[in-house]
Design a protein around this ligand. Structure first.
Ligand code: CTP
Length: 419
């Protein structure tokens, strides 16, 4: 699948160190996805890595020279060697070693500087990430664990390997995580110091499900995509994120704390539990306004009469934003509240009404009558309305971009409120 552009990675200099593990081939996918996301990726390969994959593989996916030795003359268009051995590390925004063998971890832990990668690790000024990949026994060995502890104590970010089957046929912990997990760890590291660093955002996503009987529920067309994009954008801005979600089939952004709920009542309880001390609440979820008045304990059966319908009695669900408004009046938390308005007619008037009634700072108004905006699709066309009458209309764009703009607005409000 093609990787979308990632603003956080745009033009950032990432060094990818590749060492001699069978998982080295997976690093080509990481190099490719980072490049597609907008990063400038310089790959350094150890001699052992080149037994598994060739420099040409990485050069082809990054479009940049690949570094293999401290001693190479500058014939490849890269930095001259005497500059490369410190210049690469100093000029980089981040260094990730994936896969990192037990041998490389040992060399890093002891500050050895006998090849270009270890020298670069010593010269690196930005965050350093290592993704260990080796046989389970080697990973669990006290020597490897002690080396990882040393690296952690120096601020190196260790990406836990996955459990699974190794090339040897054995099963254990030591597999290189898949590209999305590695990309997520890189994003978290680069987001430190972002505009929402040290802040906490609670974000809801998806359509609630109100049970009718053990096999049926009432729900709506919300896919949760906009809520998940908001969670990712808040993480990219450095925030701690609690994602209260009804969705089961979307990948959770790396670093988000997920709370799974189904009904409006469960969502209200989860929101209230996470609000104390939260800087922002973003209610992107499509909360049902009605639920079956009672959920049948057994499956509802039809009668033999084909003409006989079924009357459902519906009861109102709690309005979460109204409850939050009351709580905020008493406690001051959360500092900022953002709502969504999905409308099929009178977009602005309806959204303005909700903004005032629910005491919001910002509302994202969404015209769901267009096929390319709103439910299920990856694009959205929204207008942001604020409590001072301000309107910001965005052209049709990705839900990721909408999320970034909403998060920028949230960040300014949070900063304004906290002085
Ligand atoms: N919302 C909520 N609790 C509800 C219903 C909605 O907190 N029981 C929130 C939604 O998450 C959204 C905002 O209120 O951020 C507006 O939701 P929407 O369904 O558009 O509006 P309603 O208030 O339900 O009004 P209506 O359905 O009558 O248009």
């Amino acid at each position: 699948m093609a990787q979308e552009h990632i603003t956080l990675l745009d033009n950032r200099r990432v060094i990818l160190g590749v060492t001699g593990s069978i998982a080295a081939y997976k690093a080509a996918d990481l190099a490719s996805k980072l490049t597609q996301a907008g990063a400038l990726v310089d790959v350094i390969m150890t001699e052992a890595a080149r037994q598994f994959v060739t420099p040409l593989t990485f050069q082809s996916v990054t479009g940049r020279p690949v570094y293999t030795t401290m001693w190479q003359a500058d014939s490849s268009g890269g930095l001259p060697t005497h500059i490369a051995h410190v210049g690469l590390g100093e000029g980089a925004d981040l260094l990730i070693i994936a896969p990192a063998t037990a041998h490389t971890l040992a060399r890093l832990a002891h500050g050895l500087a006998d090849d270009l990668l270890s020298v670069t690790a010593l010269a690196a000024r930005g965050p350093v990430l290592v993704a260990p990949a080796m046989d389970g026994g080697m990973y669990a060995h006290p020597a490897t664990q002690a080396n990882l502890d040393i690296l952690r104590s120096r601020g190196v970010i260790v990406i836990e390997p996955d459990e699974g089957r190794f090339a040897s046929g054995l099963v254990g912990r030591g597999r290189l995580p898949e590209t999305p997990a590695l990309l997520g760890a890189i994003r978290l590291a680069l987001a430190r110091g972002g505009i929402l660093a040290g802040r906490r955002c609670v974000i809801t996503a998806g359509g609630t499900r109100e049970p009718l009987d053990p096999v049926r529920h009432l729900t709506n067309r919300s896919s949760g995509k906009q809520g998940y994009a908001l969670a990712q954008a808040a993480l990219d801005a450095g925030a701690a994120v609690t994602l209260i979600s009804t969705v089961r089939d979307l990948p959770v952004p790396v670093g988000a704390d997920v709370v799974r709920v189904d009904t409006a009542a469960e969502m209200l309880a989860a929101v209230e539990a996470h609000l104390p001390g939260a800087d922002a609440l973003i209610m992107a979820a499509a909360v049902a306004d009605f639920r079956p008045a009672s959920a049948a304990e057994q499956k509802i059966k039809k009668s033999d009469d084909p003409a006989e319908g079924l009357h459902l009695e519906l009861a109102r669900t709690p309005d979460i934003l109204l409850a939050v408004r009351a709580q905020r009046d008493q406690t001051g938390w959360p500092r900022v509240v953002v709502g969504f308005a999905a409308e099929s007619e009178d977009l602005l008037a309806n959204a303005q009404g909700k903004l005032a009634r629910k005491g919001l700072d910002l509302i994202v108004a969404n015209d769901i009558s267009a096929p390319d905006a709103g439910f299920e699709v990856d694009t959205n066309r929204v207008v942001l309305l604020d409590a001072h009458g301000g309107q910001q209309a965005l052209d049709l764009t990705s839900k990721a971009r909408v999320a970034e703009i909403v998060i920028e607005r949230v960040a300014s409000l949070v900063i304004e409120r906290s002085g």
